[in-house]
Design a protein around this ligand. Structure first.
Ligand code: URA
Length: 465
């Protein structure tokens, strides 16, 4: 048995070094015990080999960026098994280098779940942490109390240094405290809630925060969108500042914000956030598909739509027009919506993949199905659209949309016709893609399947109430 002691619960570098050495020594996962901060327990001491972190291999196993990203997040989870799970995955990568892309694999799924929980916690800390002001010998200092679920504090420190670099501040948490003195970041032991001052959060700090975020000379809206979970915007008092800041900072650039501000009076900050999200998506290079497509085709519809429809990817016509569902499949879809009594005003229509994937054939561009990696890369946008709009019901049109929304393969035949829950919450339905109806060879089958499709849409619509 080999026991590995890592110096800190979030020490990815130490885990990586140790894991490399173990792989080089061909130590199987069930022969390794991972622990943090203390020497090997008695339980293993009797049989353990020396327990220092193993040496790194001369020619280390090469892993994909997907694995590194997954491990970087998952390692911060509080689950004590995380190190062992990551090592078990690393071990299997030796024979299956693309295993990380197999989202149906139980181990990959479990680690993805950990990574996702960590990302959510990181976002929460950025969105909900509130400084209060205290005065000490050196003057004003801002102190915040936060209780993270996972080991995210160090990983998040750079964000706060970046945002509040000109202030002196401390963030106190039960396991660790971090202190910024305007020049250097220091770490201290954990604290108790009572160590942080009570009272109202400092409005001015948040105003500065938002003003700095929206100042194009410093950090662009794009960056803010990466960093702030949009679903919290609606509920945050500071967002009252957003329209005015946005208008001041960005209007000169394109006039986009002026339009957004007009609409903000109707749709509120959600509309502005959506506009900025779309702007960001227009420059998306998260996968290689952007290289050949004409443009990103982002979702469309009112931000207060109660129903969100998710298709597969833009087709040839959508790619040229820049709008979803305007080609032949879009026409079938429109007819079905009308037959189901659903109005466009209730619907937001988008795609799982935002760039057209095709194979050139002479002058024609033939639709090609997006693969798992492309769907995964684009999931980020769907998640943002979901968080921002929070539709009452989401309808997956076809297998690609279902895979993107549920994060796993869903069999339409089996899942169709009953209400589902999305992993992030919210009602969902799965049905066929309208282009399936177009491909049916005979008229009778088309008529019957169209009617079934309309029935599915009606059931989904009934969920809205
Ligand atoms: N098919 C889709 O899935 N989406 C579109 O936007 C058009 C066709």
């Amino acid at each position: 048995m080999r026991a590995v002691t890592l110096p800190a619960p979030d020490d990815m570098d130490a885990w990586r070094e140790a894991a490399r050495g173990l792989i080089a020594d061909e130590v199987p996962p069930d022969r390794v015990v991972w622990q943090v901060g203390t020497v090997a327990s008695d339980l293993f001491a009797a049989s353990a080999d020396p327990v220092e972190a193993p040496r790194a291999a001369a020619s280390p196993l090469r892993v994909s960026r997907g694995f590194i990203a997954l491990a970087g997040d998952a390692v911060l989870h509080h689950d004590p098994e995380r190190f062992a799970l990551l090592y078990a995955l690393l071990w299997r990568l030796r024979d299956a280098p693309r295993l990380v892309e197999d989202h149906a694999d139980p181990l990959v799924r479990r680690l993805e779940g950990l990574a996702k929980a960590v990302r959510r916690d990181i976002h929460k800390m950025r969105a909900f942490l509130r400084f209060r002001s205290v005065t000490d010998d050196a003057g004003e200092r801002y102190v915040a109390w936060f209780e993270p679920e996972h080991h995210i504090v160090r990983a998040n420190a750079a964000f706060f240094v970046n945002r509040f670099g000109s202030m002196r501040w401390s963030i106190l948490t039960p396991d660790v405290s971090i202190h910024w003195d305007g020049a250097a970041l220091n770490e201290g032991p954990g604290a108790a809630r009572g160590d942080a001052p009570d009272g109202d959060p400092i409005e001015e700090v948040w105003k500065t925060y938002y003003a700095s975020i929206f100042n194009p000379a410093r950090v662009k809206v794009k960056a803010m969108l990466k960093e702030m979970p949009r679903k919290y915007w609606k509920n945050m008092p500071e967002t009252a500042l957003v329209p005015q800041l946005l208008a001041g900072a960005q209007a000169r650039e394109s006039g986009m914000i002026e339009r957004a501000r007009d609409r903000a009076e109707i749709g509120g900050n959600t509309q502005i956030a959506w506009e900025a999200l779309r702007e960001e998506a227009l420059a998306c290079t998260r996968c290689h598909l952007h290289k050949h497509a004409t443009q990103t085709v982002f979702g469309e519809g009112p931000v207060d739509a109660t129903m969100m429809f998710v298709g597969e990817q833009p087709g040839d016509q959508e790619d040229l027009a820049g709008h979803p569902f305007v080609g032949p499949a879009g026409q079938v879809f429109d007819r079905a919506l009308a037959a189901a009594g659903i109005t466009r005003a209730e619907t937001y229509v988008t795609n799982a993949v935002k760039h057209f994937k095709f194979e050139p054939r002479g002058k024609r561009r033939i639709h090609a199905k997006p693969d798992a990696g492309e769907i995964e890369a684009c999931r980020w946008w769907i998640e943002q659209e979901q968080m921002l709009l929070r539709p009452k019901v989401t309808v997956a049109l076809g297998a690609t949309a279902a895979r993107s929304l549920f994060g796993k393969v869903m069999t339409i035949g089996r899942e169709r016709g009953r209400e589902q829950r999305l992993p992030e919450g919210g009602a969902a339905w799965i049905t066929v893609h309208p282009s399936y109806l177009l491909r049916l060879p005979d008229e009778d089958a088309r008529t019957a399947e169209f009617a079934r499709f309309v029935e599915d849409l009606k059931m989904a619509h009934a969920t809205v109430g």
